[in-house]
Design a protein around this ligand. Structure first.
Ligand SMILES: [Ca+2]
Ligand SMILES: [Ca+2]
Length: 212
């Protein structure tokens, strides 16, 4: 269901009732309006977030339109040279705001023979469930890390070169609502693009990635 889409819902119903001649049209529209308990927002134009030399950009989003920000997404670069050894890393992240959380998993990054555990946003495919039975919910997850760290190449995270879904939970009027956001990250980690997102209007109710 699109925001403010009572009219388009009615039109879809009418199309289905009107019979075979327009079945194909109804089928083409179906993916935009078949679950009235899910409110989706098509980000249009898509939001492109790009890192800058030793800096970056961040965008904050209010998923359910209640005036309270729910998540921030950032793309940053960190670089310096010390004693002839260079470090230049691009990284992207998604962070919960005002109680919002991200579905994550812990992964090790190996740099110079040392292993470091970091939390990464889990890259979901369409249809994957997002709800209270999924683990692990945290307020921050890297989307990806890519570059050279003290002269060592590092590549980590599930969104590098991918177009996938992030599982989210947001807080609204004291309740937890599950949500998804579709985004992609360039293979070099320098850019994150946000395409669309949606949340379930019923508290504590799982939502499938990509469901509308
Ligand atoms: Ca909100
Ligand atoms: Ca879009």
């Amino acid at each position: 269901m699109k925001k403010n889409s009572a009219l388009s819902k009615k039109m879809t119903k009418y199309s289905v009732l009107a019979g075979a001649a327009i079945t194909m049209i109804a089928a083409c529209k179906k993916d935009d309006s078949n679950d009235p308990n899910i409110i989706e927002t098509d980000v249009n134009p898509d939001i492109s977030i790009t890192s800058m030399n030793n800096s970056g950009n961040e965008v904050e989003i209010d998923i359910n339109g209640d005036g309270i920000l729910d998540v921030s997404i950032g793309a940053y670069n960190y670089n310096y040279t010390y004693g002839g050894t260079s470090t230049s890393v691009n990284y992207g992240y998604i962070s919960g705001l005002n109680g919002g959380q991200v579905l994550t998993q812990s992964e090790s990054i190996i740099v110079g023979g040392n292993s470091y555990m970091e939390d990464f946003a889990t890259a979901l495919s369409e249809g994957n469930s997002i709800g209270p039975s999924q683990v692990t919910w945290l307020d921050y997850g890297y989307l990806g890390l890519k570059g050279t760290y003290y002269g060592q190449e590092i590549t980590a995270g599930q969104f590098l070169g991918q177009d996938k879904y992030v599982g989210l939970s947001i807080q609204a009027a004291g309740n937890t609502h599950y949500a998804w956001m579709r985004l992609s990250m360039t293979a070099d980690g320098s850019n994150v693009t946000v395409y669309e997102y949606a949340y379930h209007i019923n508290p504590n109710t799982p939502i499938e990635a990509g469901a509308k």
